[in-house]
Design a binder for this molecule. Structure first.
Ligand code: SAM
Length: 253
């Protein structure tokens, strides 16, 4: 039976790879590499460095696949757009399946952790449900929120409290307004500005774990313009950006 390894490679630093991930990388005959527009070059270069550094007997093949572009989040038919995107992605995965022999082992090098804001597991499960026979193994990785907390030397939650991981789209819609600690991912519109009047603190990080890493922390009201400026400049310089932040409101007395 074919096996598909869903390997979390951590959110940027090759040193984030676990021993389990390295062992899995050494089992794969085919790596499915995403072709994802602007980010492609940067992220795939990091994936390649990992393969060169950690695969001891390189006999693997690389197979590129195009990830169908997604419609903008926030549009009224967003859920339909996501479904359409998943269907196209599944078609791409079906094509990739032809690349593996009957007992072949293929691998996806998933950014960060495969269980956080990543569709690979869901799509593979859908394929199994549709009758495709293969085994799946999931190897956890260090996610962007973990890398963020480590680099800022903060805990994500305050003692005994909850922390919510959410998206910029949801924050923009006001869904994080009542939360004390929130980690925000996938935010292209700097939704943190809405917390400027709350005496909230922000711990912001871009390109975490990579040579381009940028960290900014402080009161939202004091650092939001600085974040905007460095974010815009970095995006122009690199052609893409990935950033994550923790918002923390003052403790209620
Ligand atoms: C599609 S999600 C993938 C998350 C990934 N599976 C994880 O575990 O971190 C992409 C988002 O993750 C965050 N992200 C991933 N890597 C990052 C990094 N190195 N620095 C900052 N944010 C990152 C950003 O919020 C980005 O928009």
């Amino acid at each position: 039976m074919r096996t598909l390894l869903v390997i979390g490679i951590g959110a940027g630093n090759p040193d984030y790879l676990t021993v389990q991930a390295i062992n899995a990388m050494n089992r794969a005959q085919v790596f499915f590499m995403p072709d994802k527009g602007e980010e492609k070059a940067g992220l795939n270069a990091i994936r390649m460095q990992m393969l060169e550094r950690f695969v001891t007997e390189p006999r693997y093949r690389l197979v590129e696949f195009a990830i169908p572009s997604r419609r903008q989040a926030g549009t009224p038919d967003y859920r339909d757009a996501v479904q359409e995107w998943r269907d196209k992605l599944e078609a791409a995965y079906r094509r990739m399946f032809g690349e593996l022999g009957e007992d072949g082992v293929g691998a996806f090098l998933v950014w960060g952790d495969p269980t956080l804001y990543d569709g690979t597991i869901r799509i593979l499960k859908d394929m199994q449900a549709a009758g495709w026979e293969f085994a799946i193994e999931v190897i956890p990785g260090i996610s962007a929120p973990q890398a963020l907390a480590a680099q800022h030397q903060v805990t994500l939650n305050r003692v005994g409290e909850a922390v919510t991981i959410t998206t910029g789209r949801r924050v923009g819609a006001g869904e994080a307004d009542g939360l004390t600690s929130a980690v925000v991912m996938l935010d292209n519109h700097q939704a943190f500005r809405r917390f400027a009047g709350d005496e909230a603190e922000i711990f912001w990080g871009a390109y975490l774990g990579t040579a381009d890493e940028i960290l900014v922390a402080g009161q939202v009201s004091e650092v939001m313009d600085e974040i905007d400026t460095v974010r815009t400049a970095a995006q122009a310089r690199n052609g893409w950006i990935m950033d994550t932040y923790l918002i923390r409101k003052p403790e209620k007395s």
